[in-house]
Write a protein that binds this ligand. Structure first.
Ligand SMILES: NC(=O)c1ccc[n+]([C@@H]2O[C@H](COP(=O)([O-])OP(=O)(O)OC[C@H]3O[C@@H](n4cnc5c(N)ncnc54)[C@H](O)[C@@H]3O)[C@@H](O)[C@H]2O)c1
Length: 339
């Protein structure tokens, strides 16, 4: 197995969530880290290895590095993606791809022109249940997904200065609900057709963005996703150093045969339950055989497609386009155009 040397650019809270997967991955080796705040890069060099360098350019110029992780805020991603593609590096980034459609279109062009691999980590990437759900729906054994319902209730981000700024990121939907919109699109497995979106500020007039957003996304063949997020409730914040806050998550799905699906942890395993007419069927979610970094490395080695749980740059672009179009058409049901 080839070992890929990686350079990590952006050593903030997202790297905290990814650090164990990076450290335990067998086919990657952290060579360099850079953050505009050098203390952050130093902190993670101690956890995941690698040497701290003084610029992103030092990583792009290093011929021994073939993969860069761009774990920076969305508003600085475009310039780094363009430089990475010019240097021929493969890219692992995260959502939201960028704060504006033009930025995202430029990133798609840069990636496709350079013919490098670019994977965007979403919640679905590290959530093994999503692949099990997809297999259940693909098999047709309990019908196809008709209703995807997801509510998230938590405090707004306080560990950085950019997340509540629409110019740099967006509101709660762009920042967080994008995960579940992407998941709904993936599990529906058919095109979104119409969208209706609402955005309000109920309790935080001092924020640059609104605090409550809701999207109803319709899909070909009588499917809908109902996606609601609010930062209005003053829920607990356990630490302001990172994403460490009380989180209320209401989630279920219904198939066109009337089965209701939920998931829950039991004895250290995630169990998916489908119930109907007083009967229940259950599936145990198998933990992934490899980390998403090893799966990405394998895709480079084989020059094959991205793993199913790692969306590509075009899919991430479509997510931003949809949210931006929705924001421009608040309260109006409009036809979805993903390109
Ligand atoms: N924190 C989470 O729970 C979480 C979860 C999923 C996805 N994400 C995504 O991860 C990305 C980063 O978010 P975060 O929570 O880590 O934010 P953060 O502010 O904690 O970290 C971002 C880091 O990037 C650094 N940085 C900024 N500009 C830079 C530049 N030009 N070059 C190098 N470093 C630079 C900052 O100094 C900071 O350390 C965002 O797109 C976010 O949506 C975060």
């Amino acid at each position: 197995m080839n070992k890929h040397n990686i350079g990590v650019i952006g050593c903030g809270d997202f790297l905290r969530w990814q650090a164990d997967a990076i450290r335990t991955s067998k086919s990657i080796n952290v060579k360099s880290l850079f953050d505009t705040d050098p203390a952050r890069a130093e902190k993670y060099a101690g956890r995941i290895g690698g040497a701290v360098v003084t610029s992103a350019d030092a990583i792009f110029a290093d011929k021994a590095i073939d993969v860069v992780c761009l774990f920076v805020p969305p508003w600085v991603r475009r310039g780094l993606v363009e430089k990475a593609t010019q240097a021929g590096k493969h890219i692992i980034a995260t959502k939201p791809l960028g704060p504006a459609v033009e930025d995202c279109a430029a990133m798609v062009s840069a990636v496709e022109r350079a013919k490098i691999k670019c994977g965007i980590i979403y919640r679905r990437t590290d959530h093994a249940a999503s692949e099990t759900y997809r297999k259940i729906f693909d098999s047709g054994e309990i019908g196809r997904l008709a209703l995807y319902k997801h509510d998230w209730i938590h405090h707004y981000p306080e560990w950085n200065q950019w997340a509540t700024d629409p110019e740099k990121n967006g509101g709660p939907f762009m920042d967080a609900m994008i995960h579940n919109m992407n998941m709904a699109r993936y599990l529906m497995g058919r095109p979104a057709t119409f969208c209706t979106y609402f955005s309000d500020n109920h309790a935080h007039p001092g924020l640059k963005c609104n605090d409550t957003e809701f999207m109803k996304l319709d899909f070909d063949g009588n499917g809908s996703a109902h996606l609601f997020i609010t930062w209005a409730a003053d829920l607990a914040v356990y630490s302001k150093d990172g994403n460490d806050r009380e989180h209320i998550d209401l989630f279920y799905m219904v198939t066109d045969q009337g089965w209701r699906l939920t998931d829950a942890w039991k004895d250290g395993k995630m169990i998916i339950t489908a119930s109907k007419d007083g009967t229940a069927r259950q599936w145990t979610v198998e933990p992934p055989a490899k980390t998403s970094f090893d799966a990405f490395a394998e895709c480079i080695d084989s020059n094959g497609p991205l793993p199913p749980n790692i969306p590509g740059v075009r899919e991430a672009f479509a997510d931003i386009k949809l949210i931006k179009d929705a924001d421009q058409n608040r309260g109006v049901r409009f036809a979805v155009k993903m390109t």
